[in-house]
Design a protein around this ligand. Structure first.
Ligand code: UT7
Length: 320
């Protein structure tokens, strides 16, 4: 009998410090009207100086494990999607494993920037379907506030920090119906933080740079293509989707893609207004908010889609 991977619980965490657009207007030449009208973002959270991605992830995982009614002894796989890891190595997943008190598990990071959570979910799905794991923590955790260029108002206002997690369990009932991953490295310069650590110093630009309009145009088309790819793979039409959980970078991009797919506004989960763009954490954060607000319910069909630096992009179609 076939084995599937099902999402058994979700959790998320936002650091305490909440920063509004008006707060940012005191630091850079911007204003609430521009940020809201261009992006839909009203606030974002920033981690405290001593908080790392794994610290945010611990809270998100504990909440997801509680929701899934599993404890540390049940977890046999941890995948963390992050572009702002705690350190060069070991992986944030290994640090998280230790902080959660998980003794025996496979643990590694996935680097696909804003598409990281979907990449991690697709990877964990394959571990579970093949029997290599039975109970996985799939996490997106980011502290993007650490890699922002405060001289660049077109990017520094967009991002926030946070973490989201799901517990994925082996099941005889279908959960993750299909996943679809893509990458095109010829776009690597359009969205990047190219700095590296070399000979004891940072070499290259260690802050985020983005060609906003290139990403915008590519993203809208990619989300539309991803949705059709996932629908066709499962013999479904757009009406079958109960919830569209898209990467939360810009409300205009999300609604533009949803419109092209004829998804009604009430089926679209939007958290970018409250979270900003939290990169790999954005999809699991949005999922958790939608579950806890009583929107996503058992038996419903959820389409997740994300795109980020690389470019790397992907989708997951999930029966809840
Ligand atoms: O997570 C990865 C995925 N990332 C994304 O999906 C982001 C995709 N891109 C975008 O969301 C949009 O391109 C942005 C929100 C980044 C920019 O929006 P836009 O409508 O493309 O604005 P723009 O870059 O064309 O800038 C328009 C104007 C410029 O002024 P001029 O040259 O027309 O006088 C900018 O200097 O807005 C100005 N501007 C700002 N003004 C006030 C740029 N940033 C700001 C700001 N506050 N923060």
């Amino acid at each position: 009998m076939e084995t599937f991977a099902r999402i058994a619980g979700t959790g998320s965490y936002l650091p305490e410090r909440c920063v509004t657009n008006d707060d940012l207007a005191k630091l850079v030449d911007t204003n609430d009207e521009w940020i809201v009208s261009r992006t839909g973002i009203r606030m974002r959270h920033y981690a405290a100086e001593e908080q790392s991605a794994s610290d945010l992830a611990v809270f998100a995982c504990q909440r997801a494990m509680k929701a899934a009614r599993v404890d540390a002894g049940d977890i046999d796989l941890i995948i963390v999607a992050t572009s702002t890891p705690d350190m060069v190595f070991p992986s944030t997943a290994c640090i998280l494993q230790d902080k959660l008190g998980v003794k025996e598990a496979i643990a590694f990071d996935v680097q696909a920037v804003c598409a990281g959570f979907v990449y991690a979910l697709a990877t964990a799905d394959k571990f579970i379907r093949t029997g290599a794991a039975k109970c996985a923590l799939v996490v997106g955790a980011e502290v993007f506030s650490r890699i922002l260029n405060w001289q660049d108002r077109s990017t520094c206002v967009l991002f926030g920090d946070g973490a989201g997690a799901v517990v994925l369990k082996a099941s005889k009932e279908p959960g993750i119906l299909s996943t679809h991953l893509h990458a095109d490295g010829s776009y690597r310069g359009a969205l990047c933080t190219p700095g590296t650590v070399q000979n004891g110093a940072v070499r290259g630009n260690p802050v985020l740079a983005m060609e906003g309009s290139t990403v915008y145009k590519f993203a809208v088309k990619a989300f539309e293509d991803l949705a059709w790819e996932a629908l066709h793979a499962n013999g479904l039409q757009p009406e079958a989707i109960d919830w569209f959980v898209c990467h939360q970078a810009n409300q205009r991009i999300i609604m533009h893609a949803a419109k092209r797919l004829a998804f009604p506004d009430e089926k679209v989960v939007v958290t970018v207004d409250r979270h900003g763009n939290t990169s790999a954490a954005s999809v699991p954060l949005a999922l958790d908010v939608a579950v806890r607000e009583g929107k996503i319910k058992p038996g419903q069909t959820v389409l997740m889609a994300a795109l980020g630096g690389g470019f790397a992009w992907g989708a997951a179609l999930v029966k809840w």
